[in-house]
Design a protein around this ligand. Structure first.
Ligand code: SF4
Length: 288
C-alpha cells in the first residue's frame, strides 16, 4: 500500500500552488513565518475545542477559562513560530478581537448531543467508478453532533467577511469531511460552516450545506488526477496576489527552475515525492 495520505489542506495547497506544496510537503522546508491570521484561527480553534470538550463531558466551564485557553494557545505559538502581522493588525488588536469573537460564540445556544470534538478520521475515498483510491484521507472534524435524525459536521472559521452560499456549495472541505463521516458512520451527515466574523461588532454566521454520494465520486476523480501529477513530479508556481502575498516560501520560489524541479540552493535535498506522506493538516482556518 502506498504510504501517501491526503488531507484537505494538502489537496487544496496543491490546487492553489503546486510549487508551494512541493516546498512544504515534499522537500519539507519549514515555512519562513506564520501569518498572524493563521495563528489566530488556530488559537480560536483550540479555545473552542476546550469549550466543546467540557460540554461533551458535562464539566462546568466558565467564559474566563475559554478566554485563557485562547491566550495560552497564542503564547505557545508565539514561542515556537515567527508570527508576522500586516500593517493593519497588531497583536493587541488581534487578541482583543479573538476574545470578542469567543464571547459572541459563547452567547449562542451550546451544541447538544456531541458525538466528538477534534476527531481525527482516516478513511478511504472512492472515484466515480466506485474504486477505492490507494491513499487514504485524513480529516480532523472540529465538532460532530447528532441533530434530530442526522449527524451534523461543524467546521469553525474566523473571517473578516461573510461566506457566500456559492462558496459553501463548492467547498471541497465540506465534500471531504462529509465523505469521511459517511465512510465511518454509514450515514450522510449535514455540514455547517460556523463563521466567527471579525467585523466591528463580532457576529456568528452559520452556512449549512449537504453532499451526496455523486459528490464523493467526483472528489475521488479529482484526487486521482492530482495524485498522478504528484507522482509525475508536476510542480510549478501559480503567482497571484492572493497566493503570494502571504506565502512563506517566496525566497525558494525566486530560485526555482523547472528542470530539475527544485530550488537552486536545495538541490542536495531532492527526494522523490513517492517516498513520503504529506498528511500534516495545517488547514488555514482564517480567511482574510
Ligand atoms: S510565492 Fe507564490 S508562486 Fe511562489 S510558491 Fe509561494 S504561492 Fe507559489
Amino acid at each position: 500500500m502506498s504510504k501517501r495520505i491526503w488531507s484537505y489542506s494538502a489537496l487544496t495547497q496543491y490546487l492553489r500552488c503546486p510549487l508551494q506544496f512541493y516546498f512544504q510537503r515534499i522537500l519539507d522546508i519549514p515555512p519562513a513565518f506564520t501569518p498572524a491570521t493563521l495563528a489566530f484561527g488556530s488559537s480560536v480553534h483550540e479555545a473552542l475545542a476546550v469549550y466543546h470538550s467540557a460540554l461533551q463531558r458535562d464539566i462546568a466551564i466558565d467564559d474566563g477559562e475559554i478566554r485563557a485557553a485562547f491566550l495560552e494557545s497564542w503564547d505557545r505559538r508565539k514561542q515556537r513560530e515567527k508570527i508576522t502581522f500586516t500593517e493593519a493588525t497588531t497583536e493587541k488588536s488581534l487578541l482583543a478581537k479573538g476574545i470578542a469573537l469567543l464571547d459572541a460564540y459563547l452567547k449562542e445556544p451550546p451544541p447538544q448531543d456531541i458525538v466528538g470534538v477534534e476527531m481525527t478520521l482516516m478513511t478511504p475515498v472512492h472515484n466515480s467508478n466506485g474504486e477505492a483510491l490507494p491513499a487514504p484521507m485524513k480529516t480532523v472534524i472540529d465538532l460532530l453532533t447528532r441533530d434530530p435524525g442526522q449527524l451534523l459536521v461543524w467546521d469553525f472559521k474566523t473571517s473578516s467577511r461573510a461566506y457566500s452560499e456559492m462558496e459553501t456549495e463548492l467547498s471541497l472541505q465540506a465534500t471531504i469531511y462529509s465523505n469521511s463521516v459517511w465512510q465511518i458512520y454509514k450515514e450522510l451527515p449535514a455540514f455547517e460552516f460556523v463563521v466567527l466574523l471579525k467585523t466591528k461588532s463580532p457576529k456568528i454566521q452559520r452556512v449549512p450545506t449537504t453532499r451526496a454520494p455523486d459528490d464523493f465520486g467526483r472528489l475521488g476523480d479529482l484526487i486521482q488526477v492530482v495524485d498522478r501529477a504528484v507522482k509525475a513530479d508536476m510542480y510549478y508556481p501559480i503567482e497571484s496576489c492572493l497566493n503570494c502575498s502571504t506565502c512563506a516560501y517566496r525566497k525558494p520560489c525566486r530560485s526555482w527552475i523547472s528542470d530539475p524541479c527544485v530550488p537552486k540552493q536545495e538541490t542536495s535535498r531532492r527526494i522523490s515525492s513517492t517516498d513520503i506522506p504529506f498528511e500534516e493538516d495545517q488547514a488555514c482556518n482564517d480567511t482574510a
